[in-house]
Design a protein around this ligand. Structure first.
Ligand code: SF4
Ligand code: SF4
Length: 195
């Protein structure tokens, strides 16, 4: 009897294991019918979403050295170097820098800057061998990034979140194709009409 019970348990376990293997293999076989969604970076790049928080852009001429960006930054990161011009009776900006080796890209500085001197760009590839090389001065911060869609060496690929309904792979969708959902300006227009 004991032996028969053992055989029964063993058979139950074997059936259960076969069921789990079958479930696992069904996922594998399902993927065999699909194209790989691997992005061949850096030859291919995903188009970042509209509100992507990438490397910060700084406009020297717009900055009034108020240091609001320093106060709202969770780690007081931006370095604003200014002198007081006694003749003009106002602050004069000498240099400005942000260390992207430390920045957490929260966007607080951009949000609170009273003159919109700061903005977030779509640049995300900031890899260096030494993190201290990521301390950008006002010249480096003033450089505009190359857009993924404008770079002749890169094939832009629609990001997963913006693929048209029913499409699961971005390689087949041209980057000029309309993305899923409304664009921010369309939402703003609809909101303005509703008011
Ligand atoms: S908040 Fe804007 S204007 Fe003020 S110091 Fe920072 S970048 Fe300049
Ligand atoms: S993005 Fe955030 S962490 Fe980076 S400098 Fe601005 S406020 Fe500071």
């Amino acid at each position: 009897m004991k032996f028969l019970n053992k055989v029964g348990d063993y058979t139950k376990d074997a059936i259960q294991a076969a069921k789990y293997i079958g479930q696992g293999m069904s996922v594998t076989f399902d993927h065999m019918r699909r194209r790989p969604i691997t992005v061949q970076y850096p030859y291919e790049k995903l188009i970042p979403s509209e509100r992507f928080r990438g490397r910060i852009h700084f406009e020297f001429d717009k900055c009034i050295s108020c240091e609001v960006c320093v106060r709202v930054c969770p780690i007081n990161l931006p370095v604003v170097d200014w002198t007081f011009n006694t003749e003009m009776k106002k602050k004069e900006l000498k240099s400005y820098s942000i260390d992207f080796g430390v920045c957490i890209f929260c966007g607080n500085c951009v949000e609170y800057c009273p003159t919109n001197a700061l903005s977030m760009t779509e640049e995300y590839d900031l890899s260096t061998f030494d993190r201290h090389e990521l301390n950008f001065d006002n010249v480096a911060l003033g450089r505009m990034p190359t857009k993924v869609t404008d770079d002749p060496f890169v094939t832009p690929i629609r990001e997963l979140a913006y693929l048209p309904k029913g499409v699961i792979e971005g390689h087949e969708v041209p980057h000029t194709a309309r993305r899923a959902g409304q664009r921010p300006e369309e939402i703003a227009e609809a909101a303005a009409k509703a008011e």
